[in-house]
Design a protein around this ligand. Structure first.
Ligand code: FES
Ligand SMILES: [Fe+2]
Length: 428
């Protein structure tokens, strides 16, 4: 797996994204139309479940969800029919288990999160330590040769990278998390995620394939048409970037990233009193933030806005198969795109913003969050219409432009994993 960055030479075929090279060619991707069966085919979805979600490392959350020993949380991974219990045991070690009782298979923990050194199944009272060991069986003498040592919670492979907790549902993962993240982990190592962030969660379920929701956040080509009044004035410029072309774009093995343009000539309209008050003068960018040490450290990191363009607004990074971490001057946010069925998706957007340090800062953050809600509604409500269009069978392929290279890369990677008998084959 090599990191691939811009460097194409075919001037004829080169769309001028941000007046730079072609991202598609630089990443070694095909430029041909892309088949769209992966959004509608039941057979493809079955293979995705088994060969992608059943074998890839999947992000469960952030380490600050386990702030101390004995903290735990549960994450339902419906696509793999798994209820995943993530704990921090007394020694501080992060562990993951199937949240399934060894007695007769009841779910052990019902709460989404909590703190407890003991986890007790409600059905007959079997009790486990948060390191998985079975320690309590009521009326044990009535069992037949029960070996409690063999009846602990079933462990799931777990590892962390930069504070993100990943699990792998293969009994013996073919790849380590480090190998799976590959050049992405190397490039984004040390990106400051800040501390004491508040989180704003927006989630919804849609009648659309999970990749259609993901694709909505994979490119900026749609900005002028879908977001004419919310995003377009800040993320395009009628003179030098009418179509909101990305500033840069790269692939990192299975993963990818692009940088979004920001219009430094943007000024809030005279009638937008709140926006003018929140974002004028000394803000860190279009998305609203004070210029503080955290923002400066983020901007200085070599992977963030890698070409260090002045007109930068945000970076979108995609971790295969279904997780985005995005960065801007106002904080960072993540998207989770969880399939529930071939044509049904649970989407979770978690926006992490710093604690306000002044009234004005608070106003900026509230404005930022409100603007976010407007924008994502424009994005996601479109996806059900696309699903309908694709289900009609009228089209069997998509025509992708250069700024949509991330969709093309995801499709190619996905197809490799779906077709490969082993993960080693998928990584070739
Ligand atoms: S199923 Fe858990 S104690 Fe019986
Ligand atoms: Fe959008």
């Amino acid at each position: 797996m090599n990191e691939m960055v811009m460097g194409a030479t075919d001037a004829q075929a080169r769309p001028q994204a941000g007046a730079k090279e072609s991202f598609t060619l630089a990443a070694g991707l095909s430029t041909k139309p892309v088949l769209n069966d992966s959004y509608v085919s039941p057979a493809f979805f079955e293979l995705e479940k088994e060969r992608v979600f059943g074998r890839a490392w999947l992000c469960m959350g952030r380490i600050d969800q386990l702030p101390h020993a004995d903290a735990f949380f549960v994450k339902e991974v419906e696509v793999c029919k798994a209820s995943v219990l993530v704990t921090r045991d007394a020694s501080g070690t992060v562990r993951a288990f199937h949240n399934v009782c060894s007695h007769r298979g009841n779910l052990v923990v019902f709460e989404k999160c909590g703190t407890s050194s003991r986890l007790r199944c409600d059905y007959h009272g079997w009790t486990y330590k948060n390191d998985g060991e079975l320690i309590g069986v009521p009326d044990q003498r009535q069992f037949f040769d029960l070996d409690k040592k063999k009846c602990g919670l079933t462990p799931i492979a777990v590892d962390t990278w930069e504070g993100w907790i990943f699990i792998n549902l293969q009994r013996k993962p073919e790849l380590s998390l480090k190998e799976f993240l590959g050049p992405y982990a190397e490039s984004y190592a040390g990106v400051p995620f800040g501390v004491d962030h508040r989180t704003l969660v927006i989630e919804a379920k849609f009648n659309a394939n999970w990749k259609l929701i993901m694709d909505a956040f994979a490119e900026s080509y749609h900005v002028p048409a879908i977001h004419p009044s919310t995003l377009a004035p800040g993320f395009s410029n009628p003179i030098n970037n009418k179509y909101a072309r990305p500033l840069s774009g790269s692939t990192f093995g299975l993963h990818s990233a692009w940088s979004a343009y920001g219009n430094d000539e943007y000024a809030a309209p005279p009638g937008s009193h709140v926006e003018r008050l929140a974002c004028l003068v000394d803000t860190g960018g279009l998305l609203g933030s004070d210029v503080n040490d955290e923002v400066l450290r983020l901007r200085a990191h070599p992977a963030i806005n890698p070409t260090k363009e002045v007109c930068w607004s945000a970076d979108v990074t995609s971790i295969f198969p279904n997780f985005n971490i995005d960065y801007s001057t106002g904080g960072y946010w993540t998207h989770e795109f969880w399939p529930l069925a071939r044509d049904r998706t649970h989407w979770i957007l978690t926006i992490r913003i710093p604690e306000a340090t002044s009234v004005r800062h608070r106003l900026q953050l509230e404005h930022y969050a409100a603007r976010w809600c407007e924008v994502v509604l424009e994005d996601v409500t479109n996806c059900e219409r696309i699903q309908k269009g694709l289900e009609s069978g009228a089209k069997d392929h998509m025509n992708l432009q250069d700024g949509e290279f991330m969709i093309r890369h995801h499709q190619e990677t996905l197809r490799k994993w779906v077709n490969a008998a082993t993960v080693a084959d998928a990584m070739k």
